[in-house]
Unconditional design. Structure first.
Length: 315
């Protein structure tokens, strides 16, 4: 796998980053042994960069994959912490469950505006302090918002920005695709490393797979791309794409059979928390039922995180 150094962090990562959300409880909910084996396969194929988060519940998978392979990847994680106490808890949880002393990248998770960043300043200050003490190597923010990319690009203390970016602009919450591209370009000029996410719009752009990655590869401001994967076939296909290697028809067929869709189980209590949580406006309430607009859904799985009865799944 081709590798790139993330700005001034000194972290050398594969251009293809393994998005661990897909194997965990919020999505495929694979058994630890199965999910860790998929991660282990990716590590053996040269993918040395894993994106996760406190919310995802995938630390045990990563720990087991490291144990199986003896390979220590670069790990980027995220937290919604907004004060020092929560930030400390999130860092120590990551260190303990991953069984590693130093977290490579720690980010503020899903920041939506400049105001949100200000509200999480105490947590950010804690992560920066822990960077000085050697427990974190780099600090960043993840976001679906153009405003946050613009603001973070001017914050000297932020090393890495992880914005939503795909050819259709799916998931961007406050503007157009062009505006996001311009914000990313600005951030890069200010020395930020850029690790984009949701290249296939959470699976909604899978039918335009080649065009999606061709679009991203042409953007010289992108350092690495986090891609959700849940099978060896998907790993093989993405590695071939990133290596500019021809993909066999049989491999394409194997991957195409893995269609995914948001699903709400019959025991849903109609509390509508998921509707409020969905930034893509893909959920609504009508005639006493939660309705899914599959055209808008980016399959991020975040709605499932607020479901008290775990009635929301992605298959």
């Amino acid at each position: 796998m081709n590798k790139v150094v993330l700005g001034n962090t000194g972290l050398s990562v594969s251009r293809l980053c393994f998005g661990a959300l897909t194997i965990g409880p919020l999505q495929a909910n694979l058994p630890i042994d199965e999910g860790s084996s998929i991660l282990a396969y990716a590590l053996k194929q040269g993918i040395n960069f894993i994106d996760t988060a406190q919310l995802y519940g995938t630390y045990p998978y990563i720990k087991e994959a490291i144990r199986k392979t003896g390979i220590r990847p670069v790990i980027s994680t995220k937290s919604y912490a907004y004060n020092k106490e929560q930030a400390e808890t999130s860092l120590e949880e990551a260190r303990k469950l991953l069984d590693i002393d130093v977290i490579d990248i720690f980010m503020l998770h899903e920041q939506v505006s400049e105001l949100t960043l200000k509200g999480h300043q105490e947590a950010l200050d804690y992560y920066l302090n822990q960077k000085e003490h050697g427990k974190i190597r780099a600090v960043g923010v993840s976001t679906h918002a153009i405003e946050v990319v613009n603001v973070a690009s001017l914050r000297k203390e932020i090393d890495i920005i992880a914005p939503m970016l795909n050819m259709k602009g799916l998931g961007i919450i406050d503007g157009t695709l062009l505006e996001m591209e311009n914000a990313i370009c600005k951030a890069k000029k200010h020395g930020k490393s850029i690790v984009t996410m949701k290249p296939l719009g959470g699976g909604n752009c899978i039918s335009n797979y080649d065009q999606c990655f061709s679009y991203l590869f042409k953007n010289e401001n992108i350092d690495s791309i986090a891609v959700g994967m849940r099978s060896e076939a998907e790993i093989d296909m993405n590695i071939a794409t990133f290596s500019n290697t021809e993909i066999s028809e049989s491999l394409k067929e194997r991957v195409s059979l893995q269609n995914r869709q948001l699903h709400i189980e019959f025991w849903c209590e109609k509390c509508q928390k998921c509707i409020k949580r969905c930034q893509a406006n893909a959920l609504s309430f009508s005639n006493g039922e939660v309705i899914i607009d599959h055209e808008k859904c980016v399959l991020c799985g975040y709605c499932a995180s607020v479901c008290d009865v775990f009635a929301i799944k992605i298959f």
